[in-house]
Write a protein that binds this ligand. Structure first.
Ligand code: BEZ
Length: 228
């Protein structure tokens, strides 16, 4: 019988807490997040080729995430012992050490809790026993609220810089009552949040410009750009 899962996960809901073994010892998710942001990303199995490249890149970029107050947490549907062997391959291949924990989710309970599986219960695996697909990314804020959910097919390596870019957009938006337009990167003009009236916008963003009443752009002063 399928395990029970609470309400479906949506942007804006609280990330379900869980306790698990990881490569850095047992963790409680909410305690691990503490007052930081979290990027929680998952893999269906150890020693899978695309995932190997992704983990190496996340390890390389960890200092960039840390600079933004973001912790990393990986998950793969295998044991701590297996993760440790894989981590040493990743270090050999990419030159990068995995300094963040990888959840040991051999039974796919956390993957199921987070709705990371393609199918409806944890037994749906392919002929080689690999669960489809457990290739998700959750960005969770310090209030433990889910702010982004991404799902990737097995064929397509994730873009780690895009994950950083989303963090930059969320953090900039939270701080300055702005949103970010298509293909935005830090330093580009941002959009004044629709809830900000023109009068207030004049005070907050002296150089804002109105393209349409519903589309108002502004540069952000250098000291307001995330990451600082
Ligand atoms: C991978 O290459 O990472 C991969 C292969 C099969 C299933 C899922 C991921």
């Amino acid at each position: 019988m399928a395990e029970q899962r609470a309400a479906p996960l949506r942007l804006g809901t609280v990330a379900p807490n869980f306790q698990s073994e990881t490569t850095k010892g047992p963790i409680d998710l909410h305690e691990y997040i503490g007052d930081k942001w979290l990027v929680f990303f998952s893999h269906p199995e150890d020693y899978t080729p695309v995932c190997t490249t992704e983990l190496g890149e996340m390890a390389r970029l960890e200092p960039d995430f840390a600079k933004r107050g973001v912790k990393l947490l990986g998950l793969s549907a295998n044991t701590v012992e297996s993760h440790e062997g894989w981590a040493s391959d990743i270090k050999e291949i990419s030159g990068n050490t995995l300094n963040f924990p990888i959840v040991a989710d051999k039974e796919r309970k956390v993957a199921y809790l987070y709705d990371m599986l393609d199918y409806q219960d944890t037994t749906n695996v392919d002929e080689k026993g690999i669960a489809f697909t457990i290739r998700s990314v959750f960005i969770i804020d310090p209030r433990k609220t889910i702010r982004t959910i991404l799902s990737y097919p097995a064929s397509t390596g994730r873009n780690a810089n895009e994950i950083l870019r989303i963090v930059d957009s969320l953090q900039t938006g939270d701080k300055h009552k702005v949103t970010t337009p298509v293909n935005w990167v830090p330093g580009d003009d941002v959009i004044v949040h629709p809830s900000v009236k023109n009068e207030q916008a004049k005070e907050l963003f002296p150089d804002f410009r109105i393209v349409k009443p519903y589309l108002r752009f502004t540069p952000l002063p250098k000291d307001k750009i995330t990451p600082a």
